[in-house]
Design a protein around this ligand. Structure first.
Ligand code: PXL
Length: 273
């Protein structure tokens, strides 16, 4: 069985980050080890008086303990992290890696044209260091523009804009770019995929709602599928389909997260096919 380390926050309430990644990647049949970057009472997308405990200071000692016990990983998947964790994370990905270990980096920092609350303006430039050397990066349209120092453009763009983003993101040092939230027709929403040579698109029917946590569901399914041996296009299609199914099954008054739990049986059976 493959062993993956995922590094992102625990938002105790709100179905995102680790509370999504751990069940999804485990359901894919991958041993999922967690390193919480922070513990929050809930995610930052709509709750009041949230608590935030930064766990940066624990990272070096956790890494040392893993090294003392000979623990290392076949893959790393990073999500929501803080600026001062970039160095310790790079160190962990170097020191606790099996030869050829994969790096999957979701540069979580914003959506809908805005940085998430709590991140400094210069955070996107700092996060470029995690993208450099990654096997896969999975930004949404907002994160893609911010990583490139641009103002996010969410509508009225064409294929030329998306393909320029893909080339520039690839130049940050990532082997494969999976850009989410791409749309050329009002009723279709999709993903653009670039491996440095070819560009592919995958579109699904746009649903009438969105939700916090869908990016984490997408990245977690993608990660699990890649580690189960699916190719990049298969992993992308499966991830997009599971996000759609999860959203369709989310009750309409459930505003803060996505009911991915109900899509787990489909995920497991699609991985077997
Ligand atoms: O889903 C991304 C995410 C992860 N972690 C925290 C967040 C968010 C999005 O708002 O607030 C703490």
């Amino acid at each position: 069985m493959k062993k993956l380390l995922t590094i992102q926050d625990i938002s105790c309430y709100g179905q995102c980050s680790l509370t999504v990644a751990l069940p999804i990647i485990s359901a894919c049949g991958i041993e999922t080890v967690v390193l919480p970057s922070a513990v929050l009472s809930a995610h930052t997308g709509g709750f009041k008086n949230i608590t935030f405990r930064d766990l940066t200071d624990d990272m070096p000692a956790i890494m040392k303990s893993w090294l003392d016990n000979g623990i290392c990983f076949d893959a790393f998947y990073t999500g929501y992290v803080c600026e001062k964790q970039i160095n310790p994370i790079l160190e962990i990905m170097k020191s606790c890696a099996q030869p050829g270990a994969l790096r999957i980096v979701d540069p979580v920092m914003g959506d809908d044209g805005l940085l998430y609350a709590g991140f400094e303006e210069d955070f996107p430039m700092k996060l470029r260091r995690l993208c450099d050397g990654a096997d896969f990066i999975l930004p949404n349209l907002t994160e893609a523009a911010l990583l490139l120092g641009q103002k996010p453009r969410l509508e009225n763009y064409g294929q030329d804009y998306i393909e320029e983003l893909l080339h520039n993101l690839h130049s940050l040092g990532a082997a494969n770019v999976i850009l989410t939230g791409v749309s050329f027709e009002p009723d279709k929403l999709g993903v653009a995929i670039y491996n440095g040579q070819e560009i592919h698109y995958r579109f699904n029917q746009r649903l009438s709602r969105s939700s916090p946590g869908t990016g984490d569901v997408f990245a977690s399914v993608f990660t699990g599928a890649i580690l189960r041996g699916k190719n990049i296009l298969e992993a992308t299609s499966l991830a997009a389909d599971i996000v759609c199914l999860s959203l369709q099954q989310t009750p309409s008054d459930h505003w803060y997260g996505v009911s991915f739990e109900l899509a787990l049986p489909t995920l497991v059976s699609r991985l077997q096919s």
